[in-house]
Design a binder for this molecule. Structure first.
Ligand code: 5RP
Length: 217
């Protein structure tokens, strides 16, 4: 298999096998998920609808005639399908390259099974080469930045980007994340942090890389 995009498409196609009739499907954000949404469109009459993690995905879903529900209206979900920026051998992830990390984390938490779809370049031994996105309340940007520097990271403001929740993103460089769970917790404790892109506490249940099911738990 050749390009990253072909690998993403193959993973998205494989993830469709986890979709069952009558489901409300949790849908992530990004270019891999776009392939998944395209595939979901072909089976839209078999599913109840979707819960979306971003305005971007909502627009795509609606354009395909897929009903989009508010998470509060449907409760726990059987399935969440989303991409990632990095995935380690324990299925822990860095997410948020597309800026949708907070809603993605909420839907992942609300879902029974999280199927993560990636291309091979996303597989890493140690998380942290990809800058870790942290969503912050705007007034806390520099406070959170200073706290992150004290933790050894180098925060860079994703200037000009406002999240769907009206917040800002810091991309944290130079982190060697040996304890993803500990760092996820520590970052969450900084006042002004809304969410961070480490998915360690709620890791993926299934990882599909380049169309192959890599891990299953
Ligand atoms: C968006 C995300 C995406 O899943 C992540 O950035 C991967 O994107 P892509 O599928 O375009 O490579 O976390 O917030």
């Amino acid at each position: 298999m050749n390009t990253a995009d072909e690998q993403k498409r193959a993973s998205a196609r494989k993830a469709l096998e986890y979709v069952e009739d009558g489901m409300v499907v949790g849908v992530g954000t990004g270019s891999t998920v776009k392939h998944f949404i395209d595939g979901l469109a072909a089976m839209r009459d078999r599913i109840e609808g979707a819960v979306s993690s971003s305005e971007q995905s909502t627009t795509l879903l609606k354009a395909h005639g897929i009903r989009v529900f508010d998470l509060n209206a449907v409760g726990p979900l059987p399935l969440y399908v989303d991409g990632a920026d990095e995935c380690d051998p324990h299925q822990r992830l860095i997410k948020g390259g597309g800026g949708a990390l907070t809603r993605e984390k909420i839907i992942a938490e609300a879902s029974e099974r999280f199927v993560c779809i990636i291309d091979r370049a996303k597989e890493v031994e140690l998380l942290g080469r990809f800058p870790l996105p942290v969503e912050v309340i705007p007034m806390a940007r520099s406070l959170v930045g200073r706290k992150i520097v004290a933790l050894g990271g180098q925060p860079v403001w994703r200037e000009g980007v406002t999240t769907d929740n009206g917040n800002w993103i810091l991309d944290v460089h130079n982190l060697r994340i040996v304890d993803p769970l500990g760092l996820e917790r520590e970052l969450n404790q900084i006042p002004g942090v809304v969410a961070n892109g480490l998915f360690a506490r709620r890791a993926a249940d299934v990882v599909i890389s380049a169309g192959e099911v890599r891990k299953q738990r």
